[in-house]
Structure formats: structure tokens, C-alpha cells
Design a protein around this ligand. Structure first.
Ligand code: FAD
Length: 427
């Protein structure tokens, strides 16, 4: 099947509008100190414009107000949103709320959609996804948080950390073991826990190298203790044991969006790299005339193009055959995209010298944030391992011969001798 990432002119016009809107209306917000309230006031009319254009929360299925665009188009949209950390919020696509809304759209009951998903989409509620534990991360089968059915309630006990936004969330979606007697992949479930439920204790926002944004716009990554937390049994999302199936559905498209946002960030860093290269002079020429800087420009351009095509191909594959048949492609974009993002920003910092290291440029914040991309959504090594295992499945072991196998040279000599004897036989 021929790959086709092209989109129709009407959609191209939407992308063009998004590019200009993000450049003119959203990126300038980076230069002002904002608290959550002011940010909400300033962005409210911007969100209205996005809604009028039919671009709000476009990742959702059409029956829930999304665009029904498919992954290739969504990917192209996220490439634009990735340019500015505020853009996803203005477009109703901010993590972890967007992923949680998607999760409830896929697996939530009508009541859960009404009570949690719609207010989330309207920006009236905020949420967190609480899965990782101090003792269980890359390998989620090590999860020890338990949810035990007691009458018409679940009682949850456990210790989570890195629950992004938990300290400002109205509710958490907690991954817990509901049946310890079967494989964790069949025995884990997701449960909605309102933040004010007795026994939920948000201990702290863990200090990290990518600090929460100024003025409390982001909630940071929280450590949360769940002690005898009781919630109604109807707060379970999907059926008991559906946790990993739902997590997979939530993460597949999310990884395409992440990778395209990383490209948006990479492109912004790349533009700064190139602008500096043609502006700054040292040792008698511009930096762009030094071969080492030319190497950064050429290598970054090729790496970004490779990441873009890999990601669009993964998105296209998902559109054709579904997320579960596109695991290889999705795995590749995770580690390749995260590496390209990191390396392009690193080169952009280097070409700016001390200015690049300073807070006068956005690059240092972008760099700190980029470092986490190699860890979250599964560390690079786990994805590499999955990709390699899938590829190697297509190869058979080569049998080691017990007898001497002629070398290429010996085989050639034998062929030549055969040819000579055949040629001389008729003489
Ligand atoms: C910024 C940020 C936000 C996050 N947000 C959330 C959130 O909202 N909710 C949530 O639940 N979690 C969240 N996380 C947690 C994240 O999902 C985990 O950090 C991730 O799954 C890795 O788990 P871990 O940190 O326990 O690392 P570990 O499991 O301890 O792994 C450590 C290292 O071991 C190596 N490794 C692991 N497995 C393999 C393997 N098979 N082969 C080779 N090497 C391997 C890798 O190098 C890996 O980095 C967030 C993390 C970050 C950094």
C-alpha cells in the first residue's frame, strides 16, 4: 500500500490558521508572568475562537465533539501545538486531561462521561493519571496498589508518585490491582477517585529538573498516598481487569501526539539555531560558515525529517490497521523522537553560547523539559527492546555447519577450474 500523508486543501487551510494563531496569539503569552486565574481569563476568548473553527479537543471521537480527523491529521495539528507549551491548553488538548478525557470517552459509563469527562473538556475540572509507584514504573506488572471490593465500594491502598497535576486535580484515575490471582495484565483496573475522598493524601510535588511553570499553572508531579480510600464501585472505568487494555488505547494515539509536539519544539529550536548561525560572527566569518556548525544544521534537518516521516508513517499505519497493529511503528517514534528533540535543542544551546544557557532564551527550559521525554510514557530502552524483539522474530537462526564450508575464494577457484575443464574438454 502506498503511503499518503497528504491532506485536502480545506484541512491545509485549518493548519495555516492554526500556525498563524499560535504564532500571533499564543506564543506571546510565554513572555508574561501568569497565575492560573489570569491565564484562564486571557485564554478564554482564544479558546472560543478555537471552538468556532471546530478545532477544540479534536482528538475526541466526533460524537463527543472531536473532529474525527484520524491520526495523520491530528499529528499535523500537534506539530503546531508543540511549538508553545500553552497551545495544547488553548486547543483543549492539554495532558494529562486530554488523555484522561479520551480514556473516559473510550471506556467510561454514560454517568462517568457526564460527571467527569464533559466538565474536563469544558476546562471546569482538572485531572491526574496515577499509575507509577516508587517500586513500579517501566514494568507496570510490579504494581502493588490494591483495590478491594467491599459491598458496593472499592477500598484502595497504595503509594503512587509522579502523578502529574495531582496537587491541582479535582479527580485522579488510579491504576490498581483488583484481582491478584491472575496475570497483572488481566487483574488491574482503573478507578476514578475524587481528590477530596478521605484517605487521599497528596504528600508533595516532587522537585524535578523541569520545574512547574511560574505562578502555579502546572501542578508538578505529585507523590500520593492512598490509605483505606473508599469510592463507589461505579467509579471503576470499564470492567474489572480492563486497566491495561484501556491504558494501551490511551497511550497509542498519545505517543503520536507527543512525537509530533516534540517536532514542533525541535523546529522552534532549529529555527533559533539557524538564525544564530547566520547572525553571529566569530573569527572572521558567521558561525554558519564554520563547517562544524554546518554539520549541526545539516544533521538536525535530516534527523527532524526522519522523525517526521517516521511519525506520520506510524500515524498512517494506525489509521489503516489500528493502534495494536502499529506497535512497532509507535515504539520507534518514541525513542527516535525523544532523541532528536534532545539533540536539536542541545545544538541550539551550543550555538548560542552563554546566551543559550541563560534564562533570556526559552532554550534552557525546553532542554530541561526535553530530558524527561526519554523517560515518561515508557523509557526509551523499553521501547527499543520491544522493537528489536519484534524485528528479530522475523529471523531464523543460521545453522552452524559441521563440515568445512568453502570460502568465497575457494568457491570462485572451484567454479573457475570447472569452467576451464569444460572449456578444454572440447579441444
Ligand atoms: C515528567 C514526568 C511525568 C510523568 N507523569 C506521570 C503521570 O502523570 N502518571 C504516572 O503514572 N506516571 C508518570 N510518570 C512516570 C513515568 O511513567 C515513569 O517514570 C516511567 O514509566 C519509568 O518508570 P520508573 O521511573 O520507575 O523507571 P524504572 O522502571 O526504575 O526504570 C529505570 C531505568 O531502567 C531502564 N530500564 C527499565 N526497563 C528496561 C528494559 N526492559 N530494558 C532496558 N532498560 C530498562 C531504563 O533506562 C529506565 O529509565 C512521569 C514521569 C516523568 C519523568
Amino acid at each position: 500500500m502506498a503511503w499518503d500523508f497528504s491532506t485536502e486543501p480545506e484541512f491545509e487551510a485549518k493548519l495555516e490558521w492554526m500556525r498563524e494563531f499560535v504564532r500571533e496569539e499564543v506564543i506571546p503569552l510565554e513572555t508574561v508572568e501568569l497565575d492560573w486565574e489570569t491565564f484562564g481569563r486571557i485564554t478564554a476568548p482564544l479558546k472560543e475562537q478555537v471552538k468556532e473553527r471546530g478545532l477544540w479537543a479534536s482528538h475526541l471521537p466526533p460524537e463527543l465533539g472531536g473532529g474525527g480527523f484520524g491520526q495523520v491529521k491530528l499529528g499535523l495539528m500537534h506539530e503546531i501545538l508543540g511549538q508553545c507549551r500553552f497551545a495544547p491548553t488553548v486547543f483543549g488538548n492539554t495532558a494529562p486531561d486530554s488523555g484522561n478525557a479520551e480514556l473516559l470517552a473510550i471506556g467510561g459509563s454514560p454517568e462517568q462521561k457526564e460527571r467527569w469527562m464533559h466538565p474536563l473538556l469544558r476546562g471546569e475540572l482538572r485531572s491526574a493519571f496515577s499509575m507509577t509507584e516508587p517500586g513500579a514504573g517501566a514494568d507496570p506488572t510490579m504494581l502493588s496498589t490494591r483495590a478491594v471490593r467491599d459491598g458496593d465500594e472499592y477500598v484502595i491502598n497504595g503509594h503512587k508518585w509522579f502523578s502529574s497535576n495531582a496537587s491541582i486535580a479535582d479527580f485522579l484515575i488510579v491504576m490498581a490491582v483488583t484481582d491478584p490471582d491472575v496475570s497483572p495484565y488481566q487483574g488491574s483496573s482503573m478507578i476514578i477517585v475524587p481528590i477530596d475522598t478521605p484517605g487521599v493524601n497528596v504528600l508533595r510535588d516532587i522537585p524535578v529538573m523541569d520545574h512547574p511553570l511560574s505562578g502555579g499553572l502546572d501542578g508538578g508531579h505529585a507523590e500520593v498516598l492512598y490509605t483505606d480510600v473508599r469510592v463507589p464501585a461505579e467509579n471503576l472505568v470499564g470492567k474489572p481487569g480492563d486497566g491495561f487494555r484501556l491504558a494501551q488505547q490511551r497511550l497509542g494515539p498519545g505517543r503520536i501526539h507527543h512525537a509530533m509536539r516534540w517536532l514542533g519544539q525541535s523546529k522552534r529550536a532549529f529555527d533559533m539555531l539557524c538564525e544564530r548561525a547566520v547572525s553571529r560572527e566569530a573569527f572572521g566569518s558567521t558561525l554558519g560558515e564554520k563547517q562544524m556548525v554546518q554539520d549541526w544544521v545539516a544533521t538536525s534537518a535530516a534527523e527532524m525529517q526522519a522523525a517526521r516521516l517516521l511519525t506520520l508513517h506510524a500515524a498512517w499505519t494506525m489509521d489503516q490497521v489500528g493502534a495494536s497493529n502499529a506497535r512497532l511503528e509507535i515504539g520507534m517514534i518514541k525513542y527516535w523522537g525523544a532523541k532528536v528533540l534532545h539533540d536539536v535543542i542541545d545544538r541550539a544551546i551550543q550555538v548560542h553560547g552563554s546566551l543559550g544557557f541563560s534564562g533570556d532564551m526559552p532554550l534552557e527550559q525546553m532542554y530541561r523539559s526535553a530530558r524527561a521525554a526519554r523517560i515518561y510514557d515508557g523509557p526509551d530502552e523499553v521501547h527499543k527492546s520491544t522493537v528489536a524483539k519484534r524485528i528479530l522474530r522475523g529471523y531464523q537462526p543460521v545453522e552452524v555447519p559441521t563440515e568445512h564450508v568453502p570460502t568465497r575464494k575457494e568457491a570462485a577457484q572451484r567454479r573457475f577450474a570447472d569452467y576451464l575443464s569444460a572449456a578444454t574438454a572440447n579441444l
